[in-house]
Design a protein around this ligand. Structure first.
Ligand code: KG4
Ligand code: ZN
Length: 381
């Protein structure tokens, strides 16, 4: 089964083509440079960029998968009739409509069986561009759509390229820019959120504290890079580990951000601008977040008798988190398997949506394009 998967929930335009779980292509157009000026994602701008990027990314993805074929001759009349409907589906994405109509007039229907698309959670205008794009393609090529939850995609990044056995029951820690969740999975498609952040997500905490320190967006990689240069810090900073000993599996990261701000404000100007301070602070922010994430994950995995621990989401690209969690699992729950996606599959991409779509399709969870809608507040069930 060939799956064309579309991801536009935030600031990456991703389209992948999977043959079952194997990647044929996985193209991501990042908008990071555009949003950097604002220190975060600006939704209206992100929607515009998705409109511009989707068709070129589709072309590149099909081409890399060797599925892009020029039409021999255009059956003009038929295309015209279909393009009226296409225009209606994309009435709120006029720029995308023009690009897509050109593309569909030029190229054959590719050899794909189904379209998977992120329907939520995420930024509403961004989600709708991807959803309407998928609807338009499904209508034009007469394919069904598999709606995918973005957080489910982050978990299923662990299944891209392989289908590990004896995974369930599994404890999944998903850490992204918008979410921090502990999800217990009894089997494929069976999710129970047992804990989550009560305020900021872990990635959001990195993004916001990076901004305080004058590091660039996205903050996660910037904090990690600064932390890696800290060595044995010359300046001692101790940040809180919010909720580390709470009885539940919830998280809270906004207090961490506030503690960083207070520490920063009380330092003299020459100190807070110094590399020594910024690196020491970055190392402490990273460690504070990691300590809480690991403590709760291990506790949850133990109490739920999980056979495996799965990590996912943009923050899962963090080397220290990956390494320290591995060490802790080996020490405290040595019988549990530890799965982490390749770092490139941790941040938003189409392949993870395709893998989630693959397992959904086994449960026949697809629908006609007319029934597919975006839902910015979608929650895993
Ligand atoms: O999953 P993702 O790509 O998008 C969302 O669904 O939000 O996650 C993006 C988040 C950002 O907050 C970014 O700062 C963080 O993941 N991130 C990292 C690293 N790479 C990305 N955080 C820590 N270390 C990293 N290496
Ligand atoms: Zn994400």
């Amino acid at each position: 089964m060939k799956i064309l998967a579309v991801e536009t929930s935030c600031d990456e335009t991703g389209i992948a083509i999977l043959d079952n779980l194997n990647i044929l292509s996985n193209v991501v157009a990042s908008q990071v440079k555009i949003h950097r000026k604002y220190g975060g994602v600006y939704p209206a701008l992100a929607k515009r960029e998705h409109q511009r990027n989707l068709v070129p990314v589709l072309g590149q993805s099909l081409s890399e998968a060797r599925l892009l074929k020029l039409k021999l001759k255009t059956k003009n009349s038929k295309v015209k009739v279909k393009s009226q409907k296409l225009k209606k589906i994309l009435e709120r994405e006029p720029e995308l409509y023009v690009r897509l109509e050109n593309f569909l007039t030029k190229y054959e229907k590719p050899d794909v069986d189904v379209i998977a698309v992120t329907v939520g959670p995420g930024l509403e205008p961004c989600l709708w561009v991807g959803v309407n794009f998928a609807r338009a393609l499904a209508y034009f090529w007469d394919l069904k759509i598999i709606p995918v939850d973005h957080m489910e995609g982050h978990i299923y990044a662990n299944f891209v390229g392989s289908n590990p056995k004896n995974v369930f029951p599994a404890m999944c820690l998903t850490v992204s820019g918008g979410h921090t969740q502990l999800v217990f999975m009894k089997g494929h498609g069976k999710f129970k959120i047992i804990g989550e952040t009560r305020d900021d997500a872990a990635g959001e905490c990195f993004d916001k504290t990076a901004r305080i320190l004058g590091l660039e967006y996205p903050g996660g990689p910037a904090v990690a890079a600064a932390a890696a240069l800290a060595g044995k810090p010359a300046i001692t900073i101790k940040l809180p580990r919010p909720m580390i000993n709470s009885k539940d599996y919830d998280f809270s990261f906004s207090g961490l951000k506030t503690a960083v701000l207070y520490d920063f404000q009380k330092r003299p100007g020459n100190v807070k601008k110094s590399k020594k301070y910024i690196r020491a602070m970055a190392a402490e922010i990273q460690q504070a977040a990691i300590d809480v994430l690991i403590k709760k994950t291990i506790k949850a995995a133990k109490n739920y008798k999980a056979k495996s621990v799965l990590l996912g989401g943009g923050v899962a690209a963090n080397k220290e988190l990956r390494m320290q969690l591995a060490r802790k699992i080996k020490k405290e729950i040595p019988n549990a398997k530890y799965h982490i996606p390749n770092a490139l599959l941790c941040t938003d991409n189409g392949a993870m949506i395709g893998a989630a779509g693959y397992f959904r399709s086994l449960q026949r969870k697809f629908a006609p394009w007319k029934k597919i809608e975006a839902n910015a507040n979608l929650r895993l069930e």
